[in-house]
Each structure stands twice: as C-alpha cells, then as structure tokens.
Ligand binder design. Structure first.
Ligand SMILES: Cc1cc2nc3c(=O)[nH]c(=O)nc-3n(C[C@H](O)[C@H](O)[C@H](O)COP(=O)(O)OP(=O)(O)OC[C@H]3O[C@@H](n4cnc5c(N)ncnc54)[C@H](O)[C@@H]3O)c2cc1C
Length: 486
C-alpha cells in the first residue's frame, strides 16, 4: 500500500506523462540560458571547443584554470546540456565498477592510475560545486548495483576481488540479498554491491553551473551555433551557419555527434537510453529504502538505473533501443514510445513499491559506445591541432571531468601525466562498415537479451546465444582500414 501522503499524485489520478526532460522542464531551478546568443561574425581564439556538454564545459574549465590568459570560445549546436549531459540518470561514479576490465586492457599500473584519476573527477565536481555555489543536489551516499538473478550475481563476483588485488577493496562493499532488498525495495534482489564513494546529481543543474563558471572565467559561449564544417588547417577554421571561428587549437566534444565525422564514423555505435520520472512520492520511496545521493542500477547489459531526486521523485531508466545506422542520431534516440512503455513495465515489475506512482516525465538521449567501454582522447588531421574526446559508453557524468582535463592538457601542449596517460590514443578499434556493423550489433544484442531473459527465470541460456553474446568481437584492428566511403 502506498502511504497517504503520496496519494494525491498516484497513478490513475495522474496527469498524462510529459514527453520532455524532467531535469529541464520540471525543476524550476533550471533556466533556459539567456546570454548564449549565436555566433554571427568571424572571431579568433586560442582554443575553440565544439560541444557544450560536460566534456566541453570541463575542457573549458580546465583551459582557464591551467592558462587563465587563454582565449577560449565554446560553440554549442543547441544549448549547453541539450545532449546526454542534461538528460542522464545522474549517477556520479568513476571506474570502480570496471577495475577488472581496466587491468586486463591497460595493465595493473595504468589501471590503478586510471581508477584514481576517474574517481578524482568526483572530488573535482564536489569542489567546483562548492566553490561555484552550484545548487545541483550533488550527494555521495554510495551507489547500489543490485543483482536481480543468480547470473547477475555471478557477473558481479569478480569485482571485489579485482579491487582488492590493487589494494582498493574498500571501494566496493558486498551486499547480501536481504541488504540489497532493503536498500532498493526489489524482492527480486539476490545480492549486490555498494560503490562506497559514488553518488548522484541533478545533471542539468550541474551543466548550468559549469556553463556559468565558464562564462565567469571569460569563455565566450555561443549557443544555437552548430559547427557545419571544419577546415583542418593551421589555424583551423570552424564554420557555423552565420559565423566562423579561426582557432590555433580545436577541441571536439560533440558526444555521439562525433560519429558524423569521417575519421570517427567507424569507431562508435550510437544507442539511446530512456528515462521516466514519477510524481514526488517521499513516503513510498522511504518505504522502498531509496535514499537521495545513493543511486540504483542492476547488473544487466541493458542496464536499469535510477535515483531519488531532490524533490523525491523516482527517476528510472534503461540503456538500449534503436541503433543509429552508420552512426546517425535519429528522433527515436530522444523519444521512443515502445521503449518507454517497456521501461515502465520493467519498473513496475522490479520495484513493486512503484506500482502506484504516476509517471510524469519521459525522455531519452543518445549515447556513443565502443566495444571497449573506455573513452579516449585522439587527434584529427595532419597538424595535431584538432583534438577530440569520446566513447563514454553510458558512464560519463564523472569521467567527462577526466577527459576534459586531458583535452585541456593536450590543447595547451602540456607535458603532464594527463597528456601522457593511456587515454590519449588512437581509436581503440574500428567497426565494420554498414550494413555488417548494424547486423552484427543486432545479433549480439538479441543474444544478450535472450541470455538475460533466461537468467531472469533462473534458466540456462542456449549455447548459441551464450556464444554470440560473449564471444563475438566484431571490431577490427585499428591498422586494418577498409576503403572509406567518406
Ligand atoms: C538517458 C541517459 C542516461 C545516462 N545516465 C548516465 C548516468 O546516470 N551516469 C553517467 O555517468 N552517465 C550517464 N549517461 C551518459 C552521460 O550522460 C554522457 O556520457 C555524458 O553526458 C557525455 O557528455 P559529453 O559532453 O561528452 O556529450 P553530450 O552531453 O552529448 O554533449 C555533446 C554536445 O555537443 C553538441 N553538439 C553536437 N554536435 C555539434 C556541432 N556540430 N556543433 C556544436 N555543438 C555540437 C550537442 O548538442 C551536445 O550538447 C547517460 C546518458 C543518457 C543519454
């Protein structure tokens, strides 16, 4: 039974859900930017940052911190935060849930550096929020990863061991079935992990605050100013519909839109994630064990995730949906009705305490993924003056800080630990051209879904699905380039 205090906004008595982002439309603290007029002339800059999400804003932040005299222009296609940065689930964590993968890909020493550097991002966010007076509900109460089947629990087992192996066992606390159930209100929980240093944020308010800090530091921000052409020369020239930036260095932080560049077209998959927000329901969330600052996820590949907002709504999402053919971003990445209907049904099933909560907001956003899950910083063109950072694979709120720091170092030509880190690299792999890429990705995803559906019922997957879901790496080595069609 839902507590009386929540009854006024219960499902049934509710208004129709709005197709829109709750973080923008439902939180009066977020204001549409009024001072980000479009670029309408030619301007010169030391550095032109293209893309006003977390990656671009952290790059601008660090450029001005490291070199206060640097003349920095930031161009944004729509408004700062219009991409994933203003639309996400608000989990704030480093790579403490990927330690094993970091060790096997980069070796123990580099993995330890990457782990610290990624988690250090949370400290930088905390500091920027405190110093800048950013009101964004940032809180760190640990983050739950809950196993909802024995197979998911098996998948989590290695993580604490990997953390202990590099002396960071305290980052992950193992939860019993009873503890996991109590913490999230799912009777299906069979165990889990607490990422002890993680937390959550209202992401659009963090973007808004970082944008303000950038403007205060002297960054010239132009919104409604998409880069329409990039001349890869010395200096580089960034063209927009009504103006041009002539810049010594360019930093591209366009998130999934980077897949539109010919050099990166074969490096990224585009896939959406969708989210719903319920009506405020403090008593129901208390009863389910949800706490502010302690977000939730399960251990599926198409992960379910959520958080309790500052005004006591349950925000709940799921990764997955329509693939962007050839790296394209399509309207269904921002709003896909069938995908949202499935997420609502998953929510009701996984968290019975949510069944009477009205859904008030629903939205989606595109995410770029690689086969490897770790972002990287690379360069385009012959002159070494065009840099980019991408590949966050659904975990970007905190890691964008590290990538922004690294991009600032390479754009300023610094010789520091960030510029020398293994994140600065060639693309980790190249994907096959279309249609092979989409067909392969669909086959793997369908196999993963079949395995996870079986696992949810406590059944073993069929051998073919297991093989395809685990074994098919259809990336290609970076050196083998097929004749480009670009
Ligand atoms: C629904 C959803 C839920 C998520 N949940 C989480 C979560 O809980 N925790 C987490 O850590 N991560 C989460 N993520 C991922 C995270 O939000 C991203 O990894 C992160 O925000 C990436 O930031 P970014 O700045 O690189 O890209 P973006 O935020 O996508 O920013 C790119 C910007 O570039 C602009 N742009 C594009 N093309 C051009 C152009 N030609 N000219 C000028 N500007 C351009 C876009 O408008 C956009 O504003 C989620 C993502 C989504 C979509």
């Amino acid at each position: 039974m839902m507590a009386d205090t929540d009854a006024g906004r219960a499902a049934g008595a509710a208004r129709e859900p709005q197709a829109g982002v709750y973080w923008f439309g439902g939180d009066a603290r977020w204001q549409p930017p009024g001072d980000g007029a479009p670029l309408t002339r030619t301007v010169h800059a030391d550095v032109c940052v293209v893309g006003g999400g977390f990656s671009g804003l952290w790059t601008a932040y660090w450029l001005k911190r490291l070199d206060p005299g640097a003349d920095v222009v930031l161009l944004e296609r729509e408004f700062c935060g219009a991409g994933a940065s203003g639309r996400n689930g608000g989990w704030v964590n480093g790579w403490e849930d990927s330690i094993g993968a970091l060790v096997s890909r980069f070796g123990a020493e580099s993995a330890a550096w990457l782990l610290e550097a990624s988690m250090g991002g949370a400290e930088v966010i905390r500091e920027a929020v405190r110093e800048g007076g950013i009101d964004c509900d940032l809180a760190f109460e640990g983050a739950l990863i809950v196993a909802l089947s024995q197979a998911q629990l098996d998948g989590l087992r290695d993580l604490p061991r990997a953390a202990e192996a590099i002396g960071r066992g305290e980052l992950l606390k193992v939860l019993s079935a009873a503890e996991a159930q109590e913490a999230c209100g799912s009777p299906r929980a069979v165990g889990g992990l607490l990422l002890t240093r993680a937390g959550s944020v209202q992401p659009a308010l963090l973007v808004q605050g970082l944008r303000r800090l950038a403007v205060e530091a002297g960054v010239r921000v132009f919104e409604a100013s998409p880069m329409t052409n990039l001349q890869r020369g010395l200096p580089a020239i960034v063209e927009t519909p009504a103006g041009t930036v002539v810049a010594d260095q360019v930093v591209l932080t366009c998130g999934p839109w980077l897949a539109g560049l010919r050099e990166l077209r074969r490096t990224l998959f585009i896939i959406p994630s969708h989210v719903v927000a319920t009506a405020p329901a403090p008593a129901a969330l208390d009863a389910m064990g949800w706490r502010r600052g302690r977000p939730f996820a399960d251990a599926r590949t198409a992960v379910h995730y959520g958080q309790r907002t500052g005004d006591d709504r349950l925000v709940f999402g799921r990764g997955g949906g329509r693939l962007g053919y050839a790296g394209r971003i399509v309207p269904a990445h921002f709003h896909d009705e069938p995908e949202i209907a499935e997420i609502v049904s998953d929510l009701r099933e996984l968290l019975p305490g949510s069944r009477q909560l009205a859904i008030e907001w629903q939205w989606g956003g595109p995410v770029e993924r690689t086969q490897h899950g770790t972002p990287w910083v690379g360069a385009l063109g012959r002159h070494g003056n065009i840099h980019y950072g991408t590949g966050f694979a659904g975990n970007g709120v905190c890691p964008t800080q590290l990538i922004g720091r690294t991009l600032a170092s390479v754009a300023l030509g610094l010789d520091d630990e960030y510029a020398a880190s293994p994140l600065v690299s060639e693309p980790p792999s190249y994907l096959p051209p279309e249609p092979v890429r989409s067909l392969g990705a669909r086959a793997v995803r369908a196999a993963i879904n079949r395995c996870e559906e079986k696992a949810d019922k406590g059944l073993a997957p069929d051998p073919l699905s297991r093989l395809v879901s685990r074994g098919l790496d259809f990336s290609m080595p970076a050196k083998i380039r097929l004749p480009g069609r670009s």
